[in-house]
Write a protein that binds this ligand. Structure first.
Ligand SMILES: O=P(O)(O)O[C@H]1O[C@H](CO)[C@@H](O)[C@H]1O
Ligand SMILES: O=c1cc[nH]c(=O)[nH]1
Length: 274
């Protein structure tokens, strides 16, 4: 099915990476260099109000997931795993000035909540990538740790995404820019996915596979659920759709993978999606 365009004179553009890199960082936006101050609104951080290089310059891993409490718990877990001073329970939310996202730091690991859905994680990623740029971070790996619905796999299996697909099983993300639909690549770092799979095999009872992840715009109708407030399809139609997804290589469904993969790809950020 072709995308519906607001303006029929506009075409679908498979994106060529024509973005200009701002030096060595991850951002590709010439306008940023002209700003006297860059405000990361939804983090409540800014280049004038915060010393971003000293706060974040040592960051090497960014772990993201939907909910604030989960990401706080994760930060405490990492804090203890790294053997940092204390037990980490007094770790504070760096974004406490806003209730949009929560952010915790444990040594070189940042743990950030992204909310639910593409628009929410997209805003977070724009500000995170600018933060890494302003802080002069290098060689950062971003890892999404979230829940998803498995398709045709044992419950509890961790799916390491190789590519994110849309609800038509197409390996692409459609970004509307001005009045054009731009098609973006959703391939994730294959080497990282394979090395993570390899690590997981060293742990007992840790079923994990590499597979395609389907990214939907909605939890209910968008994922073939029969228990939303609206449902216009039968159980048989739902099963037939999920079977087609499985045949197309989809092993799980969630709601952020496509824009995560597209932004990592374009910005040259190593990304893993779980
Ligand atoms: O487990 P998290 O990271 O919240 O993400 C998953 O859970 C939410 C739906 O319940 C969606 O955002 C989906 O992608
Ligand atoms: O989007 C999601 C997240 C968790 N579980 C699902 O089935 N779907």
């Amino acid at each position: 099915m072709a995308p519906i365009l607001a303006d029929n004179s506009s075409s679908n553009l498979p994106e060529r990476d024509n973005y200009v890199n701002n030096g060595f960082g991850y951002v590709k936006n010439p306008h940023l260099d002209l700003l006297s101050e860059d405000i990361l609104y939804h983090f409540d951080l800014g280049t004038r109000t915060h010393d971003l290089p000293s706060m974040f310059g040592d960051v090497k891993f960014v772990c993201v997931g939907g909910s604030p409490n989960r990401m706080r718990d994760f930060a405490i877990f990492i804090y203890q795993e790294l053997g940092l001073d204390g037990d980490g329970s007094d770790i504070t939310d760096i974004c406490a000035g806003t209730d949009r996202y929560s952010m915790y730091k444990a040594g070189p690991v940042l743990s950030i909540s992204h909310g639910m859905g593409i628009p929410s994680i997209s805003i977070m990623l724009h500000e995170l990538i600018k933060l890494l740029h302003h802080a002069k971070c290098r060689d950062v790996t971003i890892i999404r740790i979230g829940t998803s619905g498995g398709i045709g796999i044992e419950p509890g299996t961790v799916v390491i995404t190789d590519i994110a697909v849309d609800a038509f099983f197409r390996p692409q993300f459609e970004q509307v820019i001005l009045d054009k639909v731009v098609i973006r690549n959703t391939q994730l770092d294959q080497k990282l996915a394979e090395s993570l799979l390899h690590c997981s095999k060293e742990i007992d009872d840790f079923p994990s596979i590499i597979g395609h992840t389907m990214c939907t715009y909605d939890f209910y109708e968008g994922q073939g659920r029969l228990d939303g407030a609206l449902c216009s399809f039968s159980k048989e139609e739902k099963c037939e759709y999920l079977q087609r997804a499985y045949i197309a290589g989809v092993r799980n469904i969630e709601m952020e993978s496509s824009v995560f993969a597209a932004m990592c790809h374009l910005c040259g950020l190593k990304g893993i999606f779980l």
